[in-house]
Design a protein around this ligand. Structure first.
Ligand SMILES: Nc1ncnc2c1ncn2[C@@H]1O[C@H](COP(=O)(O)OP(=O)(O)OP(=O)(O)O)[C@@H](O)[C@H]1O
Length: 601
């Protein structure tokens, strides 16, 4: 198995190179910050070299474990730390050992100052958040206390664990909170040193710097360069911090203001580079030469935005795409600057470094190529071979850069000034003691007055305890009352329910009755009408009957008259007939005895 080994060089500048560089630096500093000749003189005069260290940027690698999402998709772990516990090494094993390209066939082995495995706690290279602080963060705290500028820079692809390493979580705090806590603990134990610690926090979002501690977050900050050519942000707010809680409050505020968004590879992806700076100014008295030594140092904690392949923002809106492009662009510039710096560290040519090409490299100028002890934490994800390879190559280039940290020390050597300064402080202290004494005597007077009223106080206390007892009883009574009210109100609720039900029933019965009444009324009206009609009919009928009866009577009369007439007429007829009768012969008498026998009809 062919193994590619990249030897990391921990190059220390040759004394010739170091003195040359430091003299150039000193020259620039003394030109830009003229110091008063009789009072304040830089401890390192033109003849003396400043105390300093020339060391390569330290590189540590942190390998995170598989995330639940990656486990669900059964991603393989492609990065490994050695089982023998050699914490300098880390290897990347390609997924497909039969791939055509050599790049994807052979494992890659890298060596760095330290490689942390963050998921397998049985591994000898395992490192929890606290281990990372102990091995990487704590020495930066010590550098700062010694008066050196220091910087920790988290680099890596998106979702590889930079923010987790720098900020961590509430239950697993990262480097930033742990560094703040340790620095403050150590400062508070230093009784012979006066110190002032301030904190500032900003982000670079799409090539513009914003103050993360300013409530008006959209105010753009401009980069300026002092006479010493050190870039700084104009109007960036700085807050004094006295305790770890103070620091945490400002950090939380900054986190709230930082630009983050969900991408395909990280639900809370940082869309900006964030830079937190702790600035420490210390003053110590040096009894050897009766001077005051002033140490000024910065500790910068940088969480870079992650490099992104297009997959991170695929399908997302144009804003995310633009952010991704800007992030990649500024990281490319950072890569170019670091490459040139590493070339300068290895050759006598002094290539001009294009720091100003991006705001990030401009503001980190001193940390990546100058007066700073710097550590890069290269974070890698175990599932992305290409991105991890690119991060480890970037880290290899960075590890070749040599920085020259100098002790930022000034000393006040004029004894009169020292005495004058102490005299002022002594006067302040005496004034303070005087105030305290008068306060003390006021307090003593109050105590004396108090003893006079001691008996009253006892009575009052008895009264208070009686009142308390009454209050307790009242409270009991009130709570009993409350319970009673609760019961009553419960019962009345039930009653109310029943009443409501009855009321509803009554209401529906009433409505029914009303309906019936209306129907009845209508029925009555119909009945009345019918009755009237019948009555009318009856009346008509009676009249008809009466008329009929009359008519019948008339008819009867008429009939009677007619029959009489008829009778009379028939009688007449008979009479007429009789009158006309012939006189009968004896012959006729044989046929019939009487004529009427033949005229029956
Ligand atoms: N060492 C670790 N142990 C446990 N979880 C981790 C570790 N490193 C990262 N994670 C988890 O992985 C996810 C991505 O981590 P993080 O947000 O720190 O990535 P990032 O590199 O800062 O990403 P970006 O560049 O997109 O901001 C988070 O859910 C985080 O909690």
């Amino acid at each position: 198995m062919a193994v590619l080994v990249k030897k990391q060089s921990l190059r220390v500048l040759s004394p010739v190179n170091a003195s040359h560089d430091l003299n150039v630096r000193m020259h620039k500093r003394s030109k830009s910050t003229p110091l008063s000749s009789n009072t304040l003189s830089h401890r390192k005069s033109q003849q003396l070299l400043p105390k300093g260290d020339s060391t390569n940027i330290e590189v540590v690698v942190r390998l995170r474990g598989l995330l639940p999402r990656e486990k669900d998709h059964q991603h393989e772990c492609l990065a490994h730390t050695p089982v023998d516990g050699d914490y300098h090494k880390i290897s990347l094993i390609p997924k497909d050992s039969s791939a055509q390209s050599k790049k994807y066939r052979e494992p890659k082995l890298f060596e760095f100052d330290r490689c942390y495995n963050s998921f397998d706690d049985t591994s000898a290279c395992y490192a929890s958040q606290l281990n990372v602080f102990k091995n990487t963060g704590e020495k930066m705290v010590n550098n700062t206390l010694e008066g050196f500028n220091s910087c920790i820079l988290a680099y890596g692809q998106t979702g590889s664990g930079k923010t987790y390493t720098m900020m961590g979580t509430k239950s697993n705090p990262g480097l930033i909170p742990l560094v703040c806590k340790d620095l403050l603990n150590k400062l508070n134990k230093m009784v012979d040193t006066k110190h002032e610690l301030t904190l500032s926090f900003f982000e670079i979002y799409q090539e513009t710097a914003y103050d993360l501690l300013n409530d008006q977050k959209n105010q753009k900050l401009r980069v300026r360069e002092g006479t010493d050519k050190i870039p700084f942000l104009e109007n960036l707010s700085e807050y004094p911090i006295a305790s770890a809680d103070d620091a945490q409050r400002w950090i939380n505020k900054g986190i709230d203001h930082r630009t983050t968004a969900a991408t395909n590879l990280n639900t809370e992806s940082s869309r900006s580079h964030s830079i937190l700076t702790l600035k420490l100014v210390q003053e110590k008295f040096n009894p050897e030469n009766s001077s005051i030594v002033k140490l000024t140092s910065n500790l910068r904690l940088v969480d870079l935005a992650g490099s992104e392949k297009s997959i991170a923002t695929e399908g997302l809106d144009a804003k995310r795409l633009k952010e991704g492009n800007k992030i990649n662009k500024s990281l490319t510039t950072l890569g170019r600057v670091l490459t040139l710096l590493s070339e300068n560290s290895h050759s006598k040519n002094n290539i001009l470094i294009p720091y100003r090409e991006s705001m990030l490299t401009w503001l980190l100028k001193d940390n990546i190529g100058g007066n700073s002890k710097t550590t890069m934490v290269a974070c890698i994800s175990p599932t992305d071979f290409d991105e991890s390879l690119s991060t480890l190559r970037f880290a290899t280039i960075t590890s070749k850069i040599c920085n020259h940290a100098i002790l930022n020390e000034e000393s006040q050597t004029n004894l009169n000034d020292v005495i004058e300064k102490y005299e002022i402080e002594k006067q302040d202290l005496l004034e303070h003691i005087k105030n305290l004494e008068s306060f003390k005597s006021e307090m003593e007077d109050s105590v004396a007055n108090l003893s006079v009223h001691e008996t009253d106080l006892e009575d009052l206390q008895n009264e208070i305890s009686e009142k308390k007892d009454t209050i307790r009883k009242l409270n009991n009574y009130v709570s009993w009352q409350n319970k009673y009210i609760e019961t009553i109100s419960f019962q009345s609720k039930i009653k109310e329910g029943k009443l409501k039900k009855n009321f509803d029933n009554l209401k529906s019965a009433q409505e029914q009755l009303l309906t019936n009444y209306v129907v009845q009324q209508q029925q009555n009206a119909v009945n009345d009408k019918l009755e009237n009609v019948l009555q009318d009919k009856l009346t008509n009928d009676k009249e008809l009957q009466f008329t009929t009866v009359q008519k019948i009577d008339e008819l009867i009369l008429q009939v009677e008259d007619l029959s009489i007439l008829r009778h009379l007429s028939s009688v007449q007829d008979d009479l007429d007939e009789i009158a006309n009768l012939p006189i009968l012969s004896s012959d006729d008498e044989s046929d019939s005895d009487y004529w009427w026998d033949n005229n029956d009809n």
